[in-house]
Design a protein around this ligand. Structure first.
Ligand SMILES: [Zn+2]
Length: 80
C-alpha cells in the first residue's frame, strides 16, 4: 500500500452525515448511488461519481427549468 489515491476500485469515500465517519463504501449503481454506512447503518448517498446517464438526466432537468423560467418571464412581460 504505497500509492494513496482518492478513488479506489474497492469503493467511494463518503462522509456520513449521521455519525461523521468517513467510510469507503461500494455503492449500488442502479437506480441510485447509495450504500449503507458501515459504522451506523444509515443510508449514504454517493454523489462523487455520478454515472453518465445521471449527468445527462441532470442536464435535461436544468434545460427544462431554464425553459420554464423563460416561459414564465415571457408571461410576466405580457401582463405588464
Ligand atoms: Zn454513519
Amino acid at each position: 500500500m504505497g500509492v494513496v489515491s482518492t478513488r479506489t476500485p474497492e469503493g467511494e469515500p463518503v462522509d456520513c452525515p449521521i455519525c461523521g465517519d468517513q467510510a469507503v463504501v461500494e455503492p449500488s449503481t442502479f437506480p441510485t448511488s447509495d450504500a449503507p454506512c458501515p459504522r451506523c447503518g444509515s443510508l449514504l448517498w454517493v454523489s462523487a461519481a455520478p454515472s453518465r446517464p445521471n449527468i445527462d438526466a441532470f442536464r435535461a432537468i436544468e434545460q427544462i427549468m431554464a425553459d420554464l423560467e423563460a416561459v414564465h418571464r415571457r408571461r410576466a412581460a405580457k401582463v405588464r
